[in-house]
Design a protein around this ligand. Structure first.
Ligand SMILES: C[S@@+](CC[C@H](N)C(=O)[O-])C[C@H]1O[C@@H](n2cnc3c(N)ncnc32)[C@H](O)[C@@H]1O
Length: 202
């Protein structure tokens, strides 16, 4: 269930970056929720894509809440350490790999993500189906390859929750094969034709 990899569906994530950037100009807190983040490959990919487009000081205002039900109770440690086997990083474009990863000390074959990126991502163990958001005012919610595992009625409730915790005009992105339930369509406007990227309708 926790299948994932770095730079998965980067096309969709890049769209989210491009639409997010004008929204967050001048904000002192930029809040992003990656719901169902697995072992961190997706939030770290997003953090790298953002770092490429943001100035050094503005980037420090970004906080990505990376959450997962984490049934194995291992994701938190992996994400907090930001260490991954080198073989798992082969899909990262070489220029980003060289720029944002270094060899972990005393650990053969393990690479560590730079603290500039690591410091932007905080893991929290969280079950989406409890419908208990822990924060609001998100500028962006990323929830990819998670909703498909839920019953249709739970999908609607979780998307309702996302709508309620997004800031005015906030963005929601999901995978391309995940249709927006009819019950949620009035809450979101699709803003690109080739990805499931939506803007909240207040
Ligand atoms: C296929 S992975 C997707 C990882 C990443 N979002 C991606 O697209 O590559 C699905 C993730 O959803 C998490 N998940 C499943 N049910 C959940 C729930 N009720 N609450 C939070 N996370 C859940 C799983 O633990 C798993 O890490």
């Amino acid at each position: 269930m926790a299948f994932t990899f770095f730079f998965r569906d980067v096309h969709t994530l890049q769209h989210a970056v491009n639409f997010l950037l004008p929204d967050i100009q001048g904000l002192r807190q930029i809040r992003i929720w990656d719901a169902g983040c697995a072992m961190g490959q997706e939030p770290y990919t997003f953090a790298i894509l953002l770092a490429e487009k943001m100035g050094f000081f503005a980037y420090k205002n970004v906080m990505i809440d990376a959450t997962d039900i984490d049934e194995s109770d291992t994701f938190g440690k992996i994400i907090t350490n930001g260490k991954y086997p080198e073989g798992d990083l082969s899909r990262i474009p070489i220029e980003y790999f060289q720029k944002y990863f270094h060899k972990a000390e005393d650990e053969d074959g393990i690479m560590e993500i730079d603290s500039q990126i690591k410091n932007r991502v905080v893991f929290k163990k969280h079950d989406l189906l409890e419908l208990q958001p822990f924060r609001d005012d998100y500028n962006l919610i990323i929830c990819k390859n998670v909703l498909l595992h839920f019953q249709p009625e739970d999908r609607i409730k979780v998307i309702n929750m996302y709508h309620s915790v997004l800031a005015k005009g906030g963005l929601f992105v999901t995978e391309q094969t995940q249709p927006m339930p009819d019950e949620n369509k009035h809450q979101f406007e699709k803003i690109v034709s080739d990805a499931n990227l939506y803007r909240k309708i207040s």
